[in-house]
Design a protein around this ligand. Structure first.
Ligand code: GDP
Length: 449
């Protein structure tokens, strides 16, 4: 590990703020049995539920509840952990917390319990991140996938790859000691075949991780088009409720409106944008600027077109301004007025849909197209939740493997590329991580986790 665990005793309210049937105060540190007996007035048997009085320094009763003591290393953090389960009211919880502070604990930082679990080798970094992702999961599919990562599915894949890389590196580095026979030796040992197999396996992991990342981050879909083509109506139809103001006065949507919906468990952030048109109105101008800012960050753009008018010069100028790499769908809306049939087609290399936002026609085709375009495989079975950080590490490792395959005859460079690929993969599970990365990851956790 990169640093030794902090020895302070830490405490936090582990349950969500507000009122609840039960609230939990959790303490972690070394040698907590003395502190536990001070807090609850008796010595605690490991891993037993004790009904206990929680008392203030002057003996006054704060609450009655359950005390649990998990001596390290058999605990979540790997240290001694004490859990006090009291009545879940904010005042009671604060009093209990204050009592723990009085007897020597300090307030835990965000994610500090999980950070300690990581530093004490109870979890690797990918698993620690999945604790936060499980808590933050926005859909059942995301929760199931986060749990798979927490149980180690992702880490196991990475460990297997790292092991295969280590084996290959040993082979390559052994030949460095015998330069006269290096290439022949590598050929005979099928070093290239082994490298190709690792590369193929890494690509499979990358595909699953990409699905997991979609479940976590969702996709950002931006609705663009001229005023009055039906952007707000489409957003409402997708969201199933009124989230944007719909009127027939052009320029009603002056700001970007965001809505989060779930398609097949995949979170979709839909951004309805100010109608793109030339304007002198200052507020509307700001809205239009924000639209272009949203376009820059989107994964996909839906260009809405009024079926009665078809693509206009104005639409063409909007299309011309979209980043080349941004996938787009041309959505011809208001087919209820033209009598055209709804449906999906492929024209000039991009998807074309005909639908009616107002009449609710063709919405299923739209949802299906969106999921397909962002690469959703159709099910979360076997998917483990992954973060952009993981995808980035996998991309870098892949790049090193590609370079390695090209320069394998230069054995020293070959060995170096393999080493770099291994380091990139090791950042996922945290065997090779800088402290500032750890700080960034754990500071985004909630306090008490
Ligand atoms: P935006 O300015 O692009 O956001 O457009 P709105 O969603 O505010 O819609 C402008 C007008 O077109 C409203 O009167 C809507 O009721 C109407 N509208 C939107 N979609 C449809 C549709 O599919 N069919 C019909 N007939 N009218 C629609």
């Amino acid at each position: 590990m990169t640093q030794s665990p902090n020895r302070d005793t830490i405490v936090a309210i582990a349950t969500a703020p507000g009122r609840g049937g039960v609230g939990v105060v959790r303490v972690s540190g070394t040698k907590l049995s003395d502190l536990a007996s001070v807090l609850v007035g008796k010595s605690l048997k490991p891993r037993h539920a004790h009904f206990a009085d929680f008392r203030a320094a002057d003996g006054e009763l704060i609450d009655q509840g359950i005390a649990l003591f998990f001596p390290g290393p058999h605990s979540f953090t790997g240290e001694d952990v004490l859990e006090l389960q009291g009545h879940g009211g904010p005042v009671v919880m604060q009093m209990l917390l204050r009592r723990c502070l009085e007897v020597g604990a300090r307030l835990a930082e965000p994610g500090e319990f999980t950070r300690r679990a990581f530093l004490n080798d109870k979890l690797d970094l990918a698993q620690a991140e999945s604790v936060a992702d499980l808590i933050d999961a926005g859909s059942e599919a995301a929760a199931r996938s986060a749990l798979r990562s927490l149980a180690g599915a992702f880490s196991t894949e990475i460990h297997t790859l790292v092991e295969q890389l280590i084996n290959l590196r040993m082979l390559v580095e052994a030949t460095l000691d015998f330069p006269e026979e290096d290439i022949d030796f590598l050929e005979a040992a099928d070093a290239r075949g082994k490298l190709a197999a690792i590369h193929a396996q890494l690509e499979r992991v990358a595909r699953t991780a990409k699905q997991g990342s979609l479940l976590r981050e969702g996709m950002h879909v931006v609705l663009i088009g001229q005023p009055n083509v039906g952007k707000s109506s489409l957003m409402n139809a997708l969201a199933g409720e009124e989230v944007a103001i719909v009127t027939d006065i052009a320029g009603t949507t002056r700001d970007t409106v965001r809505e989060l919906i779930q398609l097949d468990g995949v979170p979709m952030h839909i951004i309805d944008t100010a109608g793109l048109r030339e304007t002198t109105d200052t507020v509307e101008k700001i809205g239009i600027e924000r639209t272009w800012a949203a376009v820059e960050k989107a994964d996909l753009a839906l260009l809405l077109i009024d079926s009665r008018e078809g693509i206009t010069e104005h639409d063409l100028s909007i299309l011309a301004r979209l980043p080349d790499s941004l996938p787009r769908v041309h959505v011809f809306n208001k087919v209820d007025l033209t009598g055209e049939s709804v449906g999906h087609a492929e024209e000039d290399g991009h998807a074309v849909l005909r639908l009616s936002a107002k009449a609710g026609l063709g919405l299923d085709e739209l949802k299906h197209t969106l999921l397909k375009m962002v690469g959703w495989g159709g099910s979360d079975a076997g998917v483990f939740l992954a973060r952009e950080r993981h995808l980035d590490a996998i991309r870098k490792a892949t790049q090193h493997l590609i370079t390695a395959a090209l320069i394998w005859q230069q054995v020293e460079l070959f060995a170096e590329e393999l080493r770099l690929a291994q380091n990139d993969l090791a950042t996922i599970t945290g065997e090779f991580s800088a402290d500032d990365l750890l700080g960034e990851i754990f500071s985004r956790f909630c306090i008490g986790k």
